[in-house]
Design a protein around this ligand. Sequence first.
Ligand SMILES: Nc1nc2c(ncn2[C@@H]2O[C@H](COP(=O)(O)OP(=O)(O)OP(=O)(O)O)[C@@H](O)[C@H]2O)c(=O)[nH]1
Ligand SMILES: [Mg+2]
Length: 294
Amino acid sequence: MKCATVAIIGRPSSGKSTLVNTICERKVSITASTPQTTRNAIRAIFTDQRGQLIFTDTPGYHTSEQTMNLRLQETTRSALGDSDAILYMVDPKRPAGAEEQAIVRLVLAAKVPVVIAINKKDIAKDAEIAEMRKYIAEHFSGETPVLELSAKDDTGVDEVLIALFKLAPEGELLYPEETYTDQPIEFRISEIIREKAIALVTEELPHAIYVEVADLEYSEESASIWIRAFIIVERETQKGIVVGHGGSGIKKIRQGAFKEVKKLFPGMQVHLDLRVKAQPKWRKNSIVLDRILR
Ligand SMILES: Nc1nc2c(ncn2[C@@H]2O[C@H](COP(=O)(O)OP(=O)(O)OP(=O)(O)O)[C@@H](O)[C@H]2O)c(=O)[nH]1
Ligand SMILES: [Mg+2]
């Protein structure tokens, strides 16, 4: 049996969370078309007859000095330090710049085996992939596996797993076979709601949103669960954008989230109550950040 912990690192929006979802064949980590979606180190566990790969999906590495961003960078760096291997994901649609360079430095400094995944091959032009390969060859040894894939279309993903199992050490499974994540249920619910809220808004607003599950009440008697959650924005004026005309926005978020949250509680009746509130400057508030960026 083989068993390895694998940190997935890459720039925001390179497709890290999409990949773990494809590998685990379910939503383990939320995704969005806007960058900087993942805010925590998210475990995604894959097990088959070869053994177990314990992935850590990390926040996209973005070089900015803002308080929250520095915390996200720290989360990513510590995931790298704790891993047997790194899966370094690049987006060939975006030219490598200073940010990519900072990631290359981190990856090399970790001194663990690396597999490089050139993602989005379904939309990348041959010239863009060639350009990315050239960049990689300038920084990594010729022995580093470089694979092309589409995390979205599930092409080339098996080859990534093969490459990772090849370098994984022998070891017993760390998690039971059927486990695919270790996220607490409140966290999963809040992430699902955040995904639906982010999908609805544009520009800077996705970054101004966090979600908190305030109440989770089980009733065994009626096989039901009551969930009360807050979607929190930074300014009063942003509340209306989330709520939408005549409540259409919040209704859409609730419907989308409800469908997925229900799957987490099979056979139970789910009640999902969503409220929107503003909390000025939460992204600089260390009490909030400590709570949501565990
Ligand atoms: N065409 C195409 N789009 C992809 C592929 N993989 C991911 N995407 C899209 O890229 C966007 C970002 O995907 P995510 O998986 O959220 O990216 P991420 O690297 O986790 O982003 P952060 O959490 O912000 O670091 C989404 O719109 C995905 O649908 C792919 O293989 N092909
Ligand atoms: Mg992500």
